[in-house]
Design a protein around this ligand. Structure first.
Ligand code: NAD
Length: 448
C-alpha cells in the first residue's frame, strides 16, 4: 500500500474539494502552472522525443488549456444536482442526481503525449472534486521530472501528487485503496491494471490502443485524403494512439492515392526526413527495433531508411502487405503505413469487424449513404469522415475506445462525468402516503 493514498484520502474527507470556488481556483492554478512551465515543458519534450516547439505546444499545452477553458465555462452548471422526472408511483416526491466526487484518483500516463495524457484527466478529476495521484511514464524521464517539479510547486501533495517510477511503483499504487483508476496505455498493461483494480473493485477507465484503419473509397477526394492521412499518421512519428494504423484503399484509386501520399510526405518532411530537425524520434531502442522489424513485412514504396543512433525511422509506405504479416498483428505505433486494397465496402466491413474493435476509424468518401453504412456497421471508439485525428480535439465529443480499445471516455463534460459518482436521490413527501406498496393495504392515497 502506498502512503500517499492514505494521506490524500484523509485530506479528501476533510471536505476541501467540495465547493465550486475551490475547484475553479485549482483549474486556474493549473493554467498558471502551464504558463510558468511552458519553456521547461517544451524543452523536455524536445529532449525526450525531439518534438518541435510547434507540435509540442499544439498537441500538449494548447490542448490542456482548451480543456481547462471548457471546464471553467460550465463547471458550476455541471456540479448542480440535476432534477429528473418521476413516474406516477412517485407522486409528491422530488428526484435528483447529485454529483459526488469519487475521492482519491490515480492517473497512469503513457509516454507518447506525456504531458497532455498525464494532465488532461487531472482537469476532469479536479473539476469533479477529487484528489489526484499522477504516475507519469518512466520512458520520458525528463518530462516526468518536469511534471513532478511543476505540480509540487503549485499543489500540495495531499491534493495532487506525482509519483514517478515504473511498473513496481504502479503496482504499489494499484494495490492501495484508491477510489478510481484512470489508465492510458497499451492493451496488455490495461488488462493487468483491470485485474489489479478488481481485487478492491476499484472502478477504472482504460484508454487503450489498437489498429485504427484509414479507409479510402473510390469516390474520395484523393488530394485531401492523402494530405490528412499523412498528417494523422506521421505526426509524432506515428506514435499516436489514434493514428491511422493501416491504409485500406479501393483498388481503383490505390495508385493515384499512394502517389499523392508520397508527395505530401516530401512536402511536410522534406526530401530527407531523417535530417529534418523537427521530425520526432522513436521513444527508445526497444520500440525502434520493434518498428524497424516491420519494414520486412512488405514492399517499401516510400521511405524505409532508418537512423539507429538517433532512433529515427523515415515516414514509410509499405505495399503488398498480407493480413497475416507481422505488421498487421499488433498496433504499429510508429511511422510505417501498410497498404491493403479492397474491391467492395462489404469486404471492408467484414475485414474490420473480424478484428478487435479499433480505437479510431477514418473513412474517406463523398457518398453520405456509404459514410452512414460504415459508421453504423463497424464497431470502433470514434473517428472522422474525410479526416484523421480531428475528433479528439473537440471538447464536446467524448473520447474513448470500445471492446479491446478501451472502457469509458473523457474530454469536456464527459471528463467531469467520468470522475463523478452520479448519486440518485428521491426526496419523499411526508404530507401523504401511497398505500399500495404496503402488504395488505388498500389502494390509494392516505392523508397523514
Ligand atoms: P504502456 O501500457 O507500456 O505504459 C503505460 C503506463 O503503464 C506507464 O506509466 C507505465 O509505467 C505503466 N506500466 C507499464 N507496464 C506496467 C505493468 N506491468 N503494471 C503496471 N503498470 C505498468 O503504454 P505506453 O507504451 O506508455 O503507451 C503506448 C500505448 O498507449 C499504445 O498502445 C497506445 O495506443 C496507447 N495510448 C492510448 C491512448 C488513448 O487515449 N486511448 C493515448 C496514448 C497512448
Amino acid at each position: 500500500m502506498h502512503p500517499i493514498v492514505d494521506q490524500q484520502k484523509a485530506w479528501f474527507q476533510e471536505g476541501h474539494t467540495s465547493n465550486y470556488e475551490f475547484r475553479k481556483d485549482q483549474l486556474e492554478r493549473m493554467r498558471k502552472m502551464l504558463d510558468t512551465f511552458e519553456k521547461p515543458i517544451l524543452d523536455a519534450l524536445k529532449f525526450d522525443l525531439n518534438k518541435s516547439e510547434y507540435e509540442a505546444y499544439a498537441s500538449e499545452i494548447a490542448f490542456l488549456k482548451s480543456e481547462i477553458r471548457h471546464h471553467l465555462k460550465d463547471l458550476k452548471k455541471w456540479m448542480q444536482p440535476h432534477k429528473v422526472k418521476a413516474p406516477l408511483t412517485h407522486t409528491g416526491s422530488k428526484n435528483y442526481i447529485y454529483k459526488e466526487p469519487y475521492g482519491t484518483v490515480l492517473v497512469i500516463a503513457p509516454w507518447n503525449y506525456p504531458v497532455q495524457l498525464a494532465l488532461a484527466p487531472v482537469i476532469g478529476a479536479i473539476a469533479a472534486g477529487n484528489t489526484v495521484i499522477i504516475k507519469p511514464s518512466e520512458l520520458t524521464p525528463t518530462v516526468s521530472w518536469v511534471i513532478k517539479k511543476m505540480v509540487e510547486q503549485y499543489f500540495s501533495p495531499e491534493y495532487i501528487a506525482v509519483i514517478e517510477g515504473d511498473k513496481e511503483v504502479t503496482k504499489q499504487l494499484t494495490d492501495s485503496p484508491l477510489d478510481y483508476i484512470f489508465f492510458t496505455g497499451s492493451v496488455p498493461v490495461g488488462k493487468i491494471i483491470m485485474e489489479q483494480a478488481s481485487k478492491r473493485l476499484i472502478p477504472v477507465t482504460l484508454e487503450l490502443g489498437g489498429k485504427s484503419p484509414s479507409i479510402v473509397h473510390k469516390d474520395a477526394n484523393l488530394e485531401l485524403a492523402a494530405k490528412r492521412i499523412v498528417w494523422g499518421k506521421f505526426t509524432n512519428a506515428g506514435q499516436t494512439c489514434i493514428a491511422p494504423d493501416y491504409l485500406f484503399v479501393h483498388h481503383e484509386v490505390k495508385e493515384e492515392l499512394l502517389r499523392k501520399i508520397d508527395e505530401y510526405i516530401t512536402k511536410f518532411y522534406g526530401e530527407e526526413p531523417l535530417e529534418n530537425p523537427d521530425y520526432v524520434k522513436v521513444v527508445n531502442d526497444q520500440h525502434f527495433q520493434r518498428i524497424s522489424d516491420y519494414l520486412k513485412s512488405g514492399t517499401i514504396l516510400t521511405g524505409g531508411q532508418v537512423d539507429e543512433e538517433r532512433r529515427k525511422i523515415e515516414p514509410t509506405i509499405l505495399d503488398c502487405v498480407a493480413w497475416e504479416a507481422p505488421v498487421m498483428q499488433d498496433e504499429i505505433f510508429g511511422p510505417i503505413l501498410p497498404v491493403l486494397s479492397y474491391e467492395s465496402l462489404d469486404e471492408v466491413i467484414h475485414q474490420v469487424n473480424n478484428r478487435p474493435k479499433p480505437l479510431a476509424l477514418y473513412y474517406f468518401g463523398e457518398k453520405e449513404a456509404d459514410q452512414e453504412r460504415i459508421i453504423e456497421s463497424i464497431g470502433f471508439g470514434g473517428g472522422c469522415i474525410n479526416d484523421t485525428l480531428y475528433h479528439i480535439i473537440n471538447p464536446h465529443l467524448p473520447f474513448g475506445g470500445v471492446g479491446e480499445s478501451g472502457i469509458g471516455q473523457y474530454h469536456g463534460k464527459s471528463s467531469f462525468d467520468t470522475f463523478t459518482h452520479h448519486k440518485s436521490i428521491t426526496k419523499q413527501t411526508t404530507k401523504f402516503d401511497q398505500n399500495f406498496r404496503y402488504p395488505g393495504s388498500e389502494l390509494g392515497f392516505k392523508i397523514i
